[in-house]
Structures are given as structure tokens and as C-alpha cells.
Design a protein around this ligand. Structure first.
Ligand code: PLP
Ligand code: COI
Length: 354
């Protein structure tokens, strides 16, 4: 058990209007922090009033990108209680990311204790408006105070939280996605499977171009052949080809999404054939033209299940499902969100009540 020292704020903030939250713009009253040094291990676990961080200008994170993060949510149940969705999966993925970047890992039980303690303290920030939740953002970074490039001896783990609504302005309405032909996000052997800030920095140029053209996000192709579909900026993708549901297999350059994993399990339980496989851009183009691709959606913690209504590639636009959410997408959204928001009993062992 960690000894978590709690210092409460003397000035709690007013809660934002939960019908206008958007994503990641409001923050709760407190944050959790603890520090790591190679000699002491993790120490000084504390919850303090939400405030700017003070860091040495040479801190590793500013120069060499030693940063990883996670995203998970706490949901308000109809009975008024609060619960998290598969938090252990986020902790394990964070430890995998830490292994890749040589950052210190967390003890699983202690990480759960941190999440429980923090969410309990910020419980009043979990909104209850339909579709809203408290987004939890743990992050961990290298904090050595010198400019040499070598292994990390000092690090900090921080947890902040933000009451959120829909990630996309479109809500549950279909989003327009641009398939990126030039830039790549990640390659096998690189950091694609890790949730590190650098992957998102590498995505910025293509994302900005796509946004200028009116698209919500970029769909990445593999970094070597630029042929196989990988994932979207903040979500994994799934396609319905006739009776088959297909999603890109985890090749090492894609983030192993927890929503992706949950969707696969839910779809299989419904009797769908779900294949994790390579999906080439040619196959997708063919299926778009001959009408066998009837539904496409993205899935992620922030994005939940988001229908994709249009794919744009090299100057050509392909509409999917006449701008409406497809039947499988809708069903999946309903099933997943009912579990996450505690509207149905969790038969999978995915829920952690606070
Ligand atoms: N892919 C990327 C690049 C993401 O940022 C996310 C969001 O976390 C996902 C996929 C979906 O992952 P998860 O379902 O675990 O949130
Ligand atoms: C999440 O869904 O948790 C994400 O990390 C998406 C984020 C990059 C906004």
C-alpha cells in the first residue's frame, strides 16, 4: 500500500456546465504526483491542489521526449455511484510503454490504489449528463536535470482529470477521415504500440493538413509499404465487409486499444466473425467501390465508438453508409456504453466500482 499524502485545495473551482464540456478543457481541483529515483524507487506519493508543474529546464522530457500517458474514464452510474472501465488494462499498457521508453514501471496494485483514491476524492467532478464522464489522464516522464542522452534515473508520475463530453464535435454522427498518403505515424520496431507523446507529435503535420481540409482526423497507413490500414489519430478502426468484421492486426506499430479489445470481445459474443488481419488500401478501395464495405467506425476511450461516414484518399472521396450510423456500429455503441455507464450488469469483469 502506498502512503498517499493528501493536501486539499482551499479554493474548489466551480463546476463547468456539463452540457457544454467538449474534451479536455476543464480540470478538477487536484492532481496526484509521485517521484522516482533509481536509488529510492517511487516515493513521495501525494495529492495536491491542481497547479502548474515546476520543472528544471534541462528535464529529459523537454529535450528527448521521454513521456508516456494513458487515457481512461470514470463514469456516473444511474444509481449515482461511480465506476472505471478496465483500469488494469491501462496500467498494464502504461507499463509496456514504460518498458519501451526505459521509464520506470508502476506496481499494478499501487496504481489501482492511486486511481481509486484520486477518483474518490474528485467524485463530485464525475458528471451525470448523458455521454459525459471524468477522463483520467495519467502520465509519466523522465525528469533528469542534465542534457546527456542516456538512461533515465529520475522520473515523475502525474494523474490529472477532466470532465468530458464528446471527443468529436460530431458526437455520435459520422466523422470524415482523411487517409494519409505521405507522412507515417510509426513503424514496426519503433514506438507505435506504446502510448508515448512522440507518436502524437509525429502525427501533427498530417493532422493539421487534414483539419484544414475539413476532416476530423487522419487514418494512417503502415510505415513501410504505405499499403496497410493502421489506425486513426485517437482510435483504432473496424470495418464491416458483408458478414465479416475486420480490424487491423496488432503489428507493433498500432496502439493496442482497450476499446478495440472490448469491441472484439463484444462482437464475437454476438456471433460475429471478427478477423484481426492486414487490410490493404486496395482492398478497402475495392470494397468501397463495389459496396461490400457497409460500415466503418473508430473506437477509443475518448472517441467511444464513432461512425466513419467518409474516407478521403489521394483526392477521391468515398461515402460510407449514406452519412448515417450503421446497425452494427449503433449496436456496439449501445452495448459498450451500457456497460461503461453501468446501465447493465457487467458480466465480463471489466468494471471497477469506486
Ligand atoms: N489509437 C490511438 C493512436 C489512440 O490514441 C487511442 C486512444 O487511446 C486508441 C487507438 C484507442 O485506445 P483505447 O481504446 O485504449 O483508448
Ligand atoms: C484516449 O482515447 O484516451 C486518447 O488518448 C485519445 C487522445 C489522444 C485524445
Amino acid at each position: 500500500m502506498l502512503d498517499i499524502k493528501i493536501t486539499k485545495t482551499a479554493n474548489p473551482a466551480a463546476k463547468p456546465d456539463s452540457s457544454k464540456l467538449g474534451f479536455g478543457r476543464h480540470f478538477t481541483d487536484h492532481m496526484f504526483m509521485m517521484d522516482y529515483s533509481r536509488t529510492e524507487g517511487w516515493h513521495d506519493a501525494r495529492i495536491v491542489p491542481f497547479a502548474n508543474l515546476s520543472l528544471h529546464p534541462a528535464a529529459t522530457v523537454f529535450h528527448y521526449g521521454a513521456e508516456i500517458f494513458e487515457g481512461l474514464k470514470a463514469y456516473r452510474r444511474p444509481d449515482g455511484g461511480v465506476q472505471m472501465f478496465r483500469p488494469i488494462e491501462n496500467i498494464r499498457r502504461m507499463n509496456n510503454s514504460a518498458e519501451r521508453l526505459r521509464l520506470p514501471q508502476l506496481d499494478e496494485e499501487e496504481a489501482l490504489q492511486i486511481l481509486d483514491t484520486f477518483v474518490r476524492l474528485e467524485e463530485s467532478w464525475v458528471p451525470s449528463e448523458p455521454g459525459t464522464s471524468l477522463y483520467l489522464r495519467p502520465f509519466l516522464f523522465g525528469n533528469d536535470e542534465h542534457l546527456g542522452v542516456h538512461s533515465i534515473d529520475n522520473a515523475r508520475f502525474v494523474l490529472i482529470a477532466s470532465p468530458v463530453g464528446s471527443y468529436y464535435a460530431e458526437g455520435i454522427n459520422p466523422v470524415r477521415i482523411m487517409i494519409e498518403a505521405d507522412d507515417v505515424r510509426a513503424v514496426r520496431g519503433g514506438t507505435g504500440y506504446a502510448k508515448c507523446g512522440g507518436n502524437y507529435a509525429a502525427s501533427n503535420r498530417a493532422g493539421e493538413n487534414a483539419e484544414k481540409l475539413g476532416f476530423s482526423q487522419v487514418l494512417w497507413l503502415d510505415g513501410v509499404e504505405r499499403k496497410y490500414i493502421e489506425e486513426v489519430g485517437a482510435m483504432n478502426v473496424m470495418f464491416r465487409f458483408g458478414d465479416e468484421i475486420a480490424t487491423p492486426m496488432l503489428t507493433g506499430s498500432i496502439l493496442p486499444g482497450i476499446t478495440r479489445k472490448s469491441c472484439i470481445e463484444l462482437l464475437k459474443a454476438e456471433g460475429w466473425t471478427v478477423n484481426e488481419r492486414l487490410i490493404s488500401i486496395d482492398e478497402l478501395g475495392e470494397a468501397l467501390k463495389n459496396g461490400t464495405l457497409t460500415e466503418a467506425w473508430g473506437c477509443g476511450t475518448a472517441a467511444v465508438v464513432s461512425p466513419i461516414g467518409e474516407l478521403f484518399y489521394k483526392g477521391e472521396s468515398f461515402k460510407i453508409g449514406e452519412g448515417k450510423i450503421g446497425e452494427v456500429t449503433q449496436k456496439l455503441y449501445d452495448t459498450l456504453t451500457a456497460i461503461q455507464w453501468g446501465k447493465v450488469e457487467d458480466t465480463h469483469g471489466w468494471i471497477r466500482k469506486i
